[in-house]
Write a new protein. Structure first.
Ligand SMILES: [Zn+2]
Length: 156
């Protein structure tokens, strides 16, 4: 196990979260926020509108392999995600969580934190981190609105 943050490398190319961390901000991208250590993007298969994933830039497979600095950055970026979603979409609450390991529902070996905005009456409570529910969603529009909301937040 290495505690050296190396950033994404060519060998990570099979990982879609490494791809997202590498890509340059673009209009059609689902990336809405980034800094040196984390990237935040819309989930392509959201549990609710505005479902974000906060991802360490480095291909870290689990929570234990995050450095303290990466862990702190992950949480600070989660706070930014909640701030931007609150401003742009006014949800009533959030589910925030990590699925680690395939038995826990993780679909990719690159740890990431889900931020799922919730509105009163949207569904029954907690299955959001276990059940995939595809919503009709104009992801590019949502990404654009959220990028603007992130831009209005104070920088980390
Ligand atoms: Zn990765």
């Amino acid at each position: 196990m290495t505690y050296v943050s190396t950033g994404p490398s060519a060998s990570d190319s099979a990982c879609f979260l490494c791809d997202a961390a590498r890509e340059h901000p673009a209009e059609d991208s689902l990336v809405v926020d980034r800094n040196e250590l984390t990237v935040t993007l819309l989930n392509r298969y959201p549990y609710s509108s505005g479902h974000l994933m906060v991802v360490p830039v480095r291909h870290a497979p689990d929570v234990l392999s995050l450095t303290p600095k990466e862990g702190a950055a992950l949480f600070a970026s989660t706070q930014r995600a909640i701030g931007a979603l609150t401003e742009a979409m006014h949800p009533g609450g959030f589910n925030i969580g990590i699925n680690q390991g395939s038995v826990a529902g993780a679909s990719v070996e690159h740890i990431h934190l889900h931020v799922v905005p919730r509105w009163g009456g949207d569904t029954n409570f907690m299955p959001v981190l276990a059940d995939v529910k595809v919503l009709p969603e104009h992801l590019e529009n949502t990404a654009e609105n959220l990028r603007a909301a992130f831009d209005r937040l104070r920088p980390l």
